[in-house]
Ligand binder design. Structure first.
Ligand code: SF4
Length: 143
């Protein structure tokens, strides 16, 4: 399969703090599938490093209150364009991220509290019937 994947899971240092979140099973995934790395926050025009942000209602905000909703939406739309243009079959996304998070994300209070919701990119992809996997589900994609 061709899989869109959060670039930080492959070791790219694209996270808000300039670090990566390399996934130990990523190499095995790359042997069995074609991977298309994307970082929606960078695609949306945000710098690295950048202030952490969380979804709060309809907006995405930093702890200082800056509204970065437009950048998050733009990144999600760019990721969807790449998914469709390259004929991907599914997406593997970093869990708990305000962009890539699948199933649960932080609740907008910057207190480390999780809530049941998708990140902006994960939500847009799911709205377009993309099968979305969190990184804890990678084993399901390995034979
Ligand atoms: Fe990783 Fe997604 Fe955050 Fe980029 S936006 S650093 S790919 S979780």
């Amino acid at each position: 399969m061709r899989l869109l994947i959060s670039a930080c899971l492959l070791g790219c240092r694209c996270r808000y703090d300039g670090a990566s979140k390399a996934q130990p099973l990523a190499a095995a995934l790359a042997k069995q599938h074609e991977l298309v790395p994307v970082c929606p926050e960078q695609l949306g025009g945000l710098a690295t490093p950048r202030p952490p942000a969380e979804r709060r209602g309809d907006r995405v905000v930093t702890e200082a209150g800056a509204d970065v909703t437009a950048q998050y939406r733009r990144g999600a739309e760019e990721a969807l364009v790449l998914y469709q243009m390259l004929g991907c079959d599914a997406a593997v996304l970093k869990e708990r991220s305000p962009s890539c998070g699948h199933g649960q994300i932080y609740d907008g209070t910057f207190t480390g509290t999780l809530t049941r919701r998708d990140g902006v990119t994960s939500e847009l992809l799911a709205q377009h019937r993309v099968p979305v996997y969190g990184e804890s589900q990678i084993l399901e994609l390995l034979k």
